[in-house]
Design a protein around this ligand. Sequence first.
Ligand code: IFM
Length: 714
Amino acid sequence: MWTITETTFDPAHQNHRETIFTTGNGYLSTRGAFEEGYPGEQRATFVHGVFDDAPIVFTELANAPDWLPVQVLLDGERFNLADGRLEAYERQLDLSCGLLTRRVRWSSPQGRRAEIVFERFASLANPHLLALRCVVTPDFDGSLSFQAGLNLFMDNEGLAHWRLVDQALKNGAALLRARTRRTGIELALAMRCQAGGEDLPEFWDVRGCPTFAVTLPARRGQPIELVKWVGIATSRDGADAPGLALAALQEVDSFASALERQRQAWAQEWARCDVVVEGDEIAQQALRFSLYHLLIAAPRQDDRVNIGAKSLSGFGYRGHSFWDTETFMLPVFIFTSPHIARNLLNYRYQRLAAARARALAHGFEGAQFPWESADSGEEVTPTWVPHFSDPTRLVRIWTGDIEIHISADIAYAVHLYWKVTGDDDWFIERGAEIILDTAKFFASRAEWNPERQCYEYRDVIGPDEYHEHVDNNFFTNRMAQWNLQTALSVLDWLHRHAPHQASRLIERLDLNAERLEKWKDVIQRMFLPIGDDGLIEQFEGYFQRRDVNLAALEPRSVSAQVLFGIEGCNETQVLKQADVLMLLYLLRSEYSDAILRVNYDYYTPRTDLTYGSSLGPSIQAIAACETGKIEEAYQHFIQAARADLHDVRGNAGDGIHAASAGGIWQATVFGFAGLKVSDEGWTVSPRLPAHWKRLAFRFYYRGEPQCVDLRNER
Ligand code: IFM
């Protein structure tokens, strides 16, 4: 199951499908909009790192000048699906090689018929190259025209980010240069088009929209092919962006050979990452679809960028990154593509200075990473946004102020990368500093409660964002404690294995004896109560909140927060996503099976799994596996699998839920296969759903490729 196929075109779902059919190569992604355009489309290409200032959200990925436009005219009648008659339609994304194909049979309003096939891909072999082919087989004798162009005039839902620098014809290629209005990033597109093996003869120097055109005789049943090549580069890639864009066009020969290179490049990706499930086509498709979307968003050549919560596939969250990367996506890369994981962690390392400035601005020490991060590493969470059901009201967003667990989540990811890859050099040079400086932050952020004689974190938001301004969120307290404990053992390790770096970091971060004593004290006296029965209260006072029977509210199609309102939901025990269970998953070896079971049983019926956060179901699936509830785990897994393919929350048009994509892989590998790693090696404890016949996957452990192939014995 390597394809996603659509056999009818329904304009009501076009934005969702644009997300699903996104193509990309880790440098950029282009949504699955039609080459010729369609009313209501959300046409977009996003290039990693190309941010520009925007009101309310501070900064956003700027929708790049469009490389897609192709107009086809049958005897002068412009092909488009809003006109004429659509006689046959199929769109297919080949996940094995990132090729998007659309095949239509169309009859114009005047009755001219043709089969039109579009194919396009973003080259993985050369990230600066984009390829598009259009083959038209007319059912009439007459003329056929192609107009293939570039379009500067793209915007982000009304906000224009681009100024024209210039455009020109250079050695047969059309060159368009643009610059973002506030950040001054230059982007260059170079285009070359051929029909029937010849360059298109006409060049229309339309301002902002350079276009090549040709009109050819059309003969019934004789296919005519247009190939459009676009080179793309930005000033982030080097001083001469136009030169780089033009250079990408030098290497092209035929569409077929470029596609062959594309297949080879993708084959290498899949050789590392593929997961095989036999006996369950839905699971198989969901896994490959998720991996495909992670792979097209994964920066291979650039360690100055992160992956946004919606990857590069939509306008949602404006390209900002959250803990979604480190906690949900990064494990996939750590295990299958360590070079990509390292790039993503370098992004955080390079933003330590901004994280330090942020801690200082809040009156703390160390490094406090922002809840939402973009280019500079400063906090870019919007402070106020329009209310989801009444846009005339504003809602205060508190996550950027108080969802502090992200700093520990990043430290956790650094540690996981080190543990799994054994990359001591990177850890000594960079990773250790992240763990030490986030620990420093958590020690200074901890508040001493003299009555209880313990340390606390007051006024925070945990992973469950239905509850704001809570005290002693267990997840936050325990992850902060873990961060401090890990920092001490890292220091100890550095003293033994890299004494020079240990001294450097001690000096640079001022890790004097008094400070380290304080760390030990915070660790020892952190407020972390667990009930006699093993039940953990998510935060202080949670059990006093109104209990709601979520099951009794079915059937429903909106989240509990929409049902009860923001304040109303805050007063209930309903969770948006795993919180205590998330912690028990991350620190699994430190809590007993009995503790996991009692908390799973308590929190699962109170979690808004279908309509709450898309981050929820995959973690719930892993927790269910760990408690031996395999069929229940499978139901959670399927909920995650449906998130984007079936647009369960109705917002997939905003972009892929990239954390859920990572969670699906984790649920399979850590949940159903039960993969666990330690310093001694790795083990699996398979607990496959009854109908799965086989589960096989690969990963790297300490630089060596490993292979797991499980057959269901049941
Ligand atoms: O990071 C998540 C958060 O956990 C839930 N709200 C959406 C964010 C972005 O996906």
